[in-house]
Every structure is written in structure tokens, then in C-alpha cells.
Design a protein around this ligand. Structure first.
Ligand code: SF4
Length: 473
């Protein structure tokens, strides 16, 4: 039955049920409980099927959103999943992790007169339903090409490149520095945002495509890129991400109880057996936790701190809420869960007790001045405005950069001025046969942009391997 636009616009927005904040801080389960099928179909029917579909253009991987939602509306959930999967290797993850308000939903035409269609939540619902109905069909693979590619890092970019190359008949082996696969998906994103079974599902699928995995191998240290070529790999993809936390460089940063965000997050929300031996000791829950930073990682840290039993959690940020970089939804969730926000405050010193353990953070108040190189107003210190906050745990979450190791051990691998890997549009680096994409090229960014870059780069690797084949045939 055809439903006209006016009727579609009259359907009210269908929110996704959520865990109550008081309950959810006691567990690591996802905040959103998910749609049921009739509600998801009703929400999908709010899509007015506009021919211009600006949502598609706003999606970094060009998902055919109206096409998928029409199939869901008609009750063809598996058909809807195939539409999303035609362009997106990880619709379950993107549906949960994309900042939809700045991407597809931000450009949704319905959003001009009402709440935009819940594209992300519907994408996640559709992918989850497909998984619950037995998962993706395993395609018939082409005959093996006899070419092998090594993938460094099993985060979003590495998994996506591995999938695409395996589907083209290439031999693929993924090298992961941590004990389990997933990179930032497992070790950076807490379970309350995305259940880790989504990573396991993707890895199971890749196993079925014949992809091999090696864990606890740090490429650049345990094995160099040149040694990978010596082992018979003919192309190497660098997708190790940007995992090294930026330091504040203020006195007292090395006190006991002061953590970098990654260490805090992994020790708080992963079981010891999924961690390297030096990180297996669970974090002791401090009563007063101060997190420095204002992006999504800072929100992950404050909310993780609550879940390991902190009584008071403060997020200290050097600008105002308007300039905060992360998702508004993540901030709202943190506020709902009881996190306190101190804006326009900059840490100037960490204060230790007699046993060199953190006991307080000394802050200075700032006000906003002229824009800096990021375009945001520069925080300007307010004279004689220092104050102290008691803290027995501090977490520094002020952004990430690319580790230097690979540049140090790979001759001729060029870096940009920002310390990321220099590549051409195709992902080709300065070393023949070595490609890179995702956060190691862009700096810390979104899962969906890493996937978009990975798809382009996998196509370039395939061309490169094809040319090598014809050259040696
Ligand atoms: Fe929206 Fe992200 Fe899905 Fe694209 S991948 S449709 S931006 S949620």
C-alpha cells in the first residue's frame, strides 16, 4: 500500500527505550534496549522517501537509507540488511557509533519539520535482526589469486580491508598487537555504547572467509614491515590507528592514580584475560575521579568511572559546553548518570600525598578569547583564580596521536607534519606495496570515516596486487 508524504509526516517519532540511568550505572550493558519490529517498522515509515535523499550524501559510505527503510517498512528485514551491507561492512557498529546528528540524520528532510528519522537506531536494529536470523550468508569466494596481504591492526579499517580483500580471493592475515581482535572497537569503546559481541560476529565472519589472525604481535617491534614482505606478503595495509594518548605536560602527571584514557578504559571495562599482562590488574575504584577532557573519550571515561564504583565524578574541560567536541547524546547520558561538569577550567598541577599518590588537582579558571588554530576560542587564564579539587583518581583524555614506532622501524615511510602516515588519495604510502587508511592517516576520527577510507584503499590494494600478478605472469 502506497503511503503519501503527508501521512508519513503525521507519524510521531518512535523513541528507542533506554535503561534507567540509576540502573545502567550498575552494569556495562548497552544504554539502548533496541526497537521491537512493529515499532521499528513504524519509525521507518516516517521516512518520506524523498528522491533527493540528502541523507545518502551526508553518509560517508553512501548508504541507500531510503531503500533500506522502505524494505523494513514492508517487513523485509533481511532485504533491508542487504541494502545496508551493500555499502557498509559494519551497519551494527555504525548504527550505534556514528554521530548521526552531524551526518545522515542531520540532513534528513523530516528533521526540518519534526525529529529526524532515527536512521542510526534503525540501521543497528536491521543488522541485529539479520544476525539473530543466522547472520550474513557466506558468499561463494572466487578462486584464490595466490596473492597475500598483511593487515596491521584489527580496528575498523583493518577489519574492513581484510573483508574486502578476502572477498576478492586474496590471502589475508591480520596482525593485532593486543590479545583480542577489534582495536579501538574492543579496547576503546565501552560496552555501554556497543556490546563486544558485534566485534566477535565480524571476526567470526572473517574466519569463515578464510582470514587468519595473529595476536600479541606488534608490527614494527616484533616483526618489521620488511620482514612481512620477506615472509611472502606482497602488500601491507597499516590500520593500527591513533592509539597514543596526548599528555598534558603539567607537574605531577606521573603520580600514582593518574591514568591515560586508554589504560583507564581497558582496565576498567575488559576482563584481565583480554589484556596484556602489564594491564591485567583491575583499576581500583577511586571515590573521587576527575577526568580531564571534553570529547567522547572523556565521556567514556567518566561513565566508566561510575560503573567501577566512583562516588563523585567530575569532567573538567577548558572551554564551555558549546565548544565540546563529542556527541551531545554522550554528554546527556553522562549528565543523566550524575557526572558533574566543570567548564572553563585548566589543570595546572597534580598534587600528590606522601606516597606519591594523587590527592588533588590544582586548576586555574579561564575565559574564552580569540579563536586559535582549531577555530575555537582560545582559553585565556584568569589571574588569581586557582582552586583545588580533591581526587584519588585522575584520567587524562585530551586526544590521541599516531605512535612513532612504525616510522622508526620502516625505512622511507613518510609522516605528515601532524605525525600521521602520509598517503596518496588511494591510501598508497611512500613505500611501494604499503598502504594505510583510517585514524593512522586522518588522526583520531570516526569509525564510519575509517570504513569509507578502508573501502577505497582495499580497492587500490587489489589493483596493486593485480598489477603485480600480471607483471609476474
Ligand atoms: Fe548514518 Fe552512519 Fe549509518 Fe551512514 S553509516 S547511515 S552516517 S548511521
Amino acid at each position: 500500500m502506497q503511503i503519501d508524504r503527508k501521512a508519513r509526516l503525521k507519524i510521531p517519532f518512535q523513541p528507542v527505550p533506554k535503561q534507567d540511568p540509576k540502573e545502567r550505572v550498575k552494569n556495562w550493558d548497552e544504554v539502548y534496549l533496541g526497537y521491537d519490529l512493529p515499532t521499528a517498522q513504524l519509525e521507518a515509515t516516517r521516512c518520506i522517501q524523498c528522491p533527493a535523499a540528502p541523507c545518502i550524501k551526508a553518509c560517508p559510505i553512501d548508504n541507500d537509507i531510503p531503500g533500506a527503510l522502505l524494505k523494513l517498512e514492508e517487513g523485509d528485514v533481511l532485504g533491508a540488511a542487504e541494502v545496508f551491507r551493500a555499502t557498509n561492512p559494519a551497519p551494527d557498529m555504525c548504527g550505534r557509533l556514528c554521530p548521526q546528528e552531524a551526518l545522515c540524520e542531520g540532513d534528513c528532510v523530516v528533521g526540518k519539520v519534526a525529529i529526524p528519522v532515527a536512521i542510526g537506531k534503525l540501521e543497528a536494529f536491521i543488522a541485529d535482526q539479520q544476525q539473530a536470523m543466522g547472520g550474513r550468508p557466506i558468499p561463494q569466494l572466487p578462486p584464490p589469486t595466490g596473492k597475500r596481504a598483511a593487515i596491521v591492526g584489527s580496528g575498523p579499517a583493518g577489519l574492513a580491508v581484510a573483508e574486502q580483500l578476502a572477498l576478492l580471493g586474496h590471502g589475508v592475515k591480520l596482525f593485532e598487537a593486543w590479545p583480542r581482535p577489534g582495536g579501538v572497537l574492543r579496547y576503546g569503546i565501552p560496552g555501554f555504547k556497543m556490546d563486544k559481541r558485534h566485534i566477535d560476529d565480524q571476526v567470526d565472519y572473517l574466519h569463515q572467509l578464510g582470514v587468519q589472525f595473529a595476536y600479541n604481535v606488534r608490527v614494527g617491534y616484533d616483526v618489521t614491515i620488511d620482514e612481512l614482505f620477506d615472509q611472502g606478503f606482497e602488500a601491507v595495509f597499516l590500520g593500527q590507528g591513533a592509539g597514543q594518548g596526548n599528555r598534558l605536560n603539567v607537574p605531577g602527571e606521573d603520580l600514582e592514580g593518574v591514568y591515560m584514557a586508554t589504560e583507564f578504559l581497558v582496565r576498567a571495562n575488559l576482563p584481565p584475560e583480554e589484556l596484556p599482562s602489564h594491564l591485567r590488574q583491575p583499576i581500583e575504584s577511586g571515590k573521587r575521579v576527575v577526568v580531564i577532557g571534553g570529547g567522547d573519550t572523556a565521556m567514556d571515561c567518566v561513565r566508566s568511572a561510575l560503573r567501577i564504583g566512583a562516588r563523585e565524578v567530575v569532567c573538567a574541560y577548558r572551554r564551555s559546553e558549546t565548544e565540546m567536541g563529542g556527541r551531545e547524546e554522550e554528554r546527556r547520558h553522562a549528565q543523566e548518570e550524575g557526572v558533574l561538569f566543570h567548564y572553563l577550567t585548566v589543570p595546572i598541577r597534580f598534587v600528590g600525598d606522601d606516597s606519591a599518590h594523587i590527592k588533588a588537582v590544582r586548576f586555574q579558571r579561564v575565559e574564552l578569547g580569540e579563536p586559535d588554530e582549531s577555530g575555537r576560542p582560545r582559553p585565556v587564564p584568569v589571574i588569581a583564580s586557582d582552586f583545588e579539587l580533591e581526587a584519588d583518581t585522575v584520567v587524562i583524555a585530551i586526544g590521541y596521536k599516531v605512535e612513532k614506532l612504525l616510522f622508526q622501524t620502516t625505512p622511507d615511510l613518510k609522516a605528515t607534519d601532524w605525525g600521521t602516515i602520509a598517503t596518496e588519495e588511494t591510501g598508497q604510502t611512500s613505500r611501494p606495496g604499503v598502504f594505510a587508511a583510517g585514524d593512522s592517516v586522518r588522526g583520531a576520527d570516526l569509525v564510519v570515516t575509517a570504513l569509507a577510507d578502508a573501502k577505497r584503499t582495499a580497492a587500490a590494494i587489489d589493483r596493486y596486487l593485480g598489477e603485480k600478478k600480471s607483471a609476474t605472469a
